[in-house]
Design a protein around this ligand. Structure first.
Ligand SMILES: Cc1cc2nc3c(=O)[nH]c(=O)nc-3n(C[C@H](O)[C@H](O)[C@H](O)COP(=O)(O)OP(=O)(O)OC[C@H]3O[C@@H](n4cnc5c(N)ncnc54)[C@H](O)[C@@H]3O)c2cc1C
Length: 325
């Protein structure tokens, strides 16, 4: 009962970075429990994905392969996860707090009649039991969640843990799950993909966001230029989105996306509580604002008081020089 199952998300024949982070964390936890890490894959054509898994600490890979699951399907995935749990009886089940994880895990928890700590920023063990730390009240406080069910389930935010590779990788044993999906009522026929080539904000390591101060959609190009140089994704405040300067999928905050990057640069954003709710767990926050009293400075690690239309192009030039060295 010391197995840890990690649901690994994959896209375009690659394991998502967020799942590698979680495998690394699971490897640490399994070491403390003298347990094993099982990487669970759901979908089709996953065999090539498992060759490097051992490097990230997985002891085995369980493939739940089925033609009806070549695209994400809530009911089918829930069945696959529940079946894996029944078969391997783990003490811990982990997933990413991605759109997929947020949709899937509550259903799995209900089916398995077990507790779920969702959207956590840290997990650890105390006395062999999982403790999951998650933000509450729009990120103003953190609670430690403990479980009173044998299965302990948590989803964690992207960028919460570093990816560690083992010096001597193991070879993960491959096990196939015999899935019976005859009762699947709603197979997914089609999944549309947005045109953007950007890393989704929820997974981005660096985000440059613009607020109402951007004044129009065209002005976002100075943020895109900086983002391109430093490998960032571009976000926006709700005021910028509501004003039509940026699409809603770029909105960060309570009614937008919750992000957890290593670096968040807020440009011309005042720092309203609803914006902070979406980005306050960022590791480093930099604010550029011409008002020295702007509330964002109360949350920022580094603040620059000045006009963003002067400062952002200057920073872009400096980043270019530094990165060229
Ligand atoms: C229920 C609810 C949900 C909400 N959800 C969200 C959400 O998900 N995300 C979100 O962001 N907001 C959300 N809001 C809105 C939120 O309350 C704020 O109105 C919004 O975040 C303000 O956006 P802003 O900081 O871009 O604009 P403002 O508050 O207008 O701030 C603009 C800032 O730009 C600075 N500035 C102006 N010109 C320049 C310049 N040239 N250079 C540098 N700085 C300059 C100003 O000093 C100011 O601080 C929500 C509100 C409600 C009621």
């Amino acid at each position: 009962m010391s197995e840890i199952v990690v649901l690994c998300e994959h896209q375009n024949e690659k394991i998502k970075k967020t799942s590698l982070e979680l495998l690394s964390k699971a490897h640490d936890l399994a070491g403390q429990l003298s347990g094993k890490v099982i990487a669970l894959f759901i979908g089709t054509g996953m065999e090539p994905l498992v060759s490097e898994l051992g490097l990230y600490g997985a002891d085995s890979a369980v493939l739940a392969e089925h033609s009806l699951l070549d695209r994400y399907n809530t009911l089918g995935y829930a069945q696959a996860v529940c079946q894996a749990v029944e078969q391997f009886k783990p003490s811990i089940l982990l997933g990413t707090a991605s759109p997929l994880g947020k949709d899937l895990f509550p259903r799995v928890a209900a089916r398995l009649k077990t507790g779920l700590a969702s959207d956590c920023t840290d997990i650890r063990l105390e006395g062999g039991k999982l403790i999951a730390s998650r933000p509450v009240y729009s990120g103003k406080a953190f609670v430690d969640v403990v479980f009173n069910t044998p299965l302990q389930m948590a989803t964690t935010r992207p960028n919460s843990f570093p990816i560690k590779t083992l010096e001597t990788g193991k070879t993960a044993k491959v096990v196939r799950l015999n899935l019976n999906l005859s009762s699947l009522r709603c197979p997914m026929k089609e999944l549309g993909q947005g045109e953007t080539g950007r890393v989704d904000l929820t997974e981005a390591e660096i985000i440059v966001s613009g607020g109402r101060a951007m004044a129009n959609a065209d002005n976002f190009k100075i943020l895109r230029e900086m983002a391109q140089v430093i490998g960032a994704s571009v976000g926006a405040s709700r005021a910028a989105v509501d004003s039509g300067y940026a699409p809603h999928d770029m909105q960060v905050g309570q009614t937008g996306k919750v992000v957890n990057p290593k670096l968040y640069m807020a440009c011309g954003i005042s720092g309203a509580i609803q914006h902070l709710a979406g980005m306050r767990t960022s590791k480093v926050i930099v604010a550029i604002n011409k008002d020295p009293e702007a509330p964002i400075f109360g949350k920022a690690d580094y603040g620059i008081v000045g006009d963003l239309f002067t400062l952002v192009p200057l920073l872009t030039q400096e980043f270019k020089k530094l990165l060229a060295e």
